[in-house]
Design a protein around this ligand. Structure first.
Ligand code: PMP
Length: 377
């Protein structure tokens, strides 16, 4: 038996994703740019996927530009915006809790001479909208923030932040990294006041290597890669029709049941919290109500994350120590959330998906109880 509880790292592709991939690989293998029928059929799959993704975000298909994933979308959003809007204006505002695909990209811009302002959460581990808004000025060409944090599930108040910024500085580009948010929290593109958002397929049961940047109508973005001019010239390269089609089919499958999925995740999250509350030496790092129900970060105090992770693995239970992207390195993002060093050393991240069962959670809780009894401290 196995309990896969590392869905913020990646998810199992759903049946629709697998069959769409295989069908495009074996039958619809034309190049969408080709002028013959094989090309036309491939293009139709891309068009259909674009419609499905646009509809999930209540926006228009022409706003969706396919990329290889949220890392590329974030790089494209930030570097592309610097090229487009950052000639005269030299400042970018972000937070200290971003994923490396945003954090390292703004570091790169800083090395190129841009001014970067990074806003920290307050003493309660919450981002105060006004802290971001008041950092923006006439010299700011962009604000880039995540909607849901990948390590704790914390949901940033981006609608408030972006709406206020757009009121004061309509020309400032607002970008949201929605990799952990898309199809996990409700997002209406226009209501977020975002000019661009990044999304990823493999966090929602589509394959790895596919994502999109969604651009508000009228927002220009210069490319960071040059080639055949696909995706309106914003992202050149032959479209990965199998992955795009799988992404579109997955989104079509899960969009109508988003509120059910959120309710289920809420119930599972509450159940896990209740069980953990009965165990000794547990500290929960994801604050209820302000975090996505799909992610829970907690510490089994006194037992190092990797030790507990591998103990659970030996029982077929897969979780993450902090963020999978940081490969076991101590998370600076967790300390930004004011989590103590002792708790960071023993932090585990559990993340749910549409496939998570109650049995998975029972297995996890029993695994932790076993671990607390058998791992010497
Ligand atoms: N942003 C966030 C918040 C993420 O969690 C991730 C994935 N760990 C990414 C960006 C990068 O996404 P991808 O794997 O699609 O490049």
């Amino acid at each position: 038996m196995q309990a896969y509880l590392d869905n913020a790292a990646t998810t199992k592709p759903c049946d629709k994703a697998v069959s769409a991939t295989v069908s495009a690989l074996t039958e619809t293998y034309g190049n969408p740019s080709s002028l013959h029928r094989a090309g036309f059929l491939a293009e139709e799959l891309v068009t259909e996927a674009r419609k499905n993704i646009a509809s999930a975000l209540s926006t228009q298909p022409e706003c969706v530009i396919f990329t290889s994933g949220a890392t590329e979308s974030n790089n494209l959003a930030i570097i592309g915006s610097a090229k487009t809007y950052g000639k005269r204006k030299k400042k970018i505002v972000t937070t200290t809790i971003e994923h490396p695909s945003v954090a390292r990209t703004v570091d790169y811009l800083e090395e190129q001479g841009y001014e970067v302002v990074r806003i920290s959460p307050n003493h309660n581990g919450e981002i105060i909208p006004d802290d971001i808004v008041s950092a923006v000025d006439d010299n700011t060409f962009m604000v880039s923030c995540m909607l849901v944090n990948n390590e704790t599930g914390y949901i940033l108040p981006l609608k408030k932040v972006f709406t206020a910024i757009k009121r004061l500085y309509p020309e400032c580009i607002t970008h949201a990294d929605c990799a952990q948010a898309f199809l996990k929290v409700p997002i209406k593109f226009s209501e977020l006041s975002a000019d661009m958002i990044s999304i990823s397929g493999h966090k929602i049961h589509a394959p790895k290597g596919i994502g999109a940047i969604v651009l508000k109508k009228g927002v220009r973005l210069l490319p960071i890669m040059f080639g055949g001019g696909q995706e309106k010239g914003i992202r050149s390269g032959t479209e990965s029709v199998p992955l795009i089609s799988a992404f579109g089919e997955t989104v079509k499958e899960y969009t109508p049941t988003l509120s059910n999925a959120i309710n289920n995740a809420n119930e599972m999250n509450a159940y896990l919290r209740e069980k953990l509350a009965k165990l000794p030496d547990i500290s929960i790092n994801s604050t209820e109500d302000i975090c996505s129900p799909f992610i829970m970060n907690f510490s089994v105090v006194g037992i190092r994350s990797e030790i507990m992770l591998h103990f659970l693995e030996s029982k077929g239970i897969y979780v993450s120590s902090g963020s999978a992207c940081s490969k076991g390195a101590k998370s600076s993002v967790l300390s930004e959330f004011r989590i103590t060093d002792e708790c960071i050393d023993s932090a585990l991240r559990v993340s749910f998906s549409r496939f998570t069962t109650w049995q998975d959670i029972d297995m996890l809780v029993n695994g932790i109880i076993d671990g607390q009894q058998s791992i010497s401290r």
